[in-house]
Design a protein around this ligand. Structure first.
Ligand code: ADP
Ligand code: MG
Ligand code: MG
Length: 203
């Protein structure tokens, strides 16, 4: 089970991975966007780590605080989308001391549903959803929490790589039309790091 401390560790690990890859995320966003994704995510996750000290008692409160902080601090298109993701996860976690694999699947499913509802993107539109959808599929078919998360991290990374050949249909990158093809999506890249971070915590 993932308790409040584990979820806080997830956010700390996400912050580490995003800080390590911030220049890369910004470089990807400079090719098909406005060159701020690494800076945005690094700022948001660093703030999220701060608001989790001390770690709140429940998964719901951890996730809600992360959501509010990302909405306030990331900005751009991705801030409200990641904020919605964590807010929906929080709602599904209400009343639980910890998330087992079934609860995690339900929470991530709700979170991804929130991104879809808010951003109206579909699979293949070259967005963060192209990493989230395969990650969610892997979680659903996982045997146990650890195996499911390892598979989800690999699937998110494959999804990230697959965005290279896609044409962007949503967000700034869509303004480039055909010229968005041939570049990996920055948001799919940050999502792959966030999923990897959760796998690392359970490893
Ligand atoms: P901005 O484009 O406003 O500068 P960011 O650079 O922080 O915001 O984030 C860009 C990322 O947001 C994209 O790479 C993409 O993955 C994601 N994104 C943009 N629009 C959508 C959408 N409608 N649905 C899902 N993800 C989206
Ligand atoms: Mg940007
Ligand atoms: Mg921007």
């Amino acid at each position: 089970e993932l308790n409040a401390a584990d979820l806080a560790a997830w956010i700390r690990r996400s912050n580490e991975l995003v800080a390590e890859h911030a220049d890369e995320l910004t470089r990807l966003d400079s090719a098909i966007g406005d060159a701020d994704h690494g800076v945005n995510m690094k700022r948001g996750l660093a703030s999220a780590v701060e608001v989790l000290d001390p770690v709140p008692d429940s998964p719901e409160v951890v996730l809600k605080k992360v959501a509010m902080t990302l909405i306030a601090r990331v900005g751009g298109a991705s801030g409200p989308l990641y904020g919605t993701f964590f807010l929906r996860m929080a709602a599904v976690s209400a009343g639980r001391r910890g998330l087992d694999l079934d609860a995690l699947v339900a929470a991530v499913e709700a979170g991804v549903g929130g991104i879809v509802q808010r951003g109206r993107a579909e699979a293949g539109d070259k967005t963060m959803l192209d990493a989230w959808f395969p990650a969610l599929d892997s979680l659903r078919s996982g045997a146990d929490l650890r195996a499911a998360l390892q598979a989800a991290a690999a699937a998110a990374d494959a999804g990230r790589a697959a965005t290279e050949s896609m044409r962007a249909m949503k967000g700034r990158a869509s303004y480039l039309g055909e010229r968005s093809i041939g570049h990996i999506d920055p948001g799919a890249s940050s999502t792959a790091l966030i999923v990897r971070a959760l796998a690392d915590v359970v490893d």
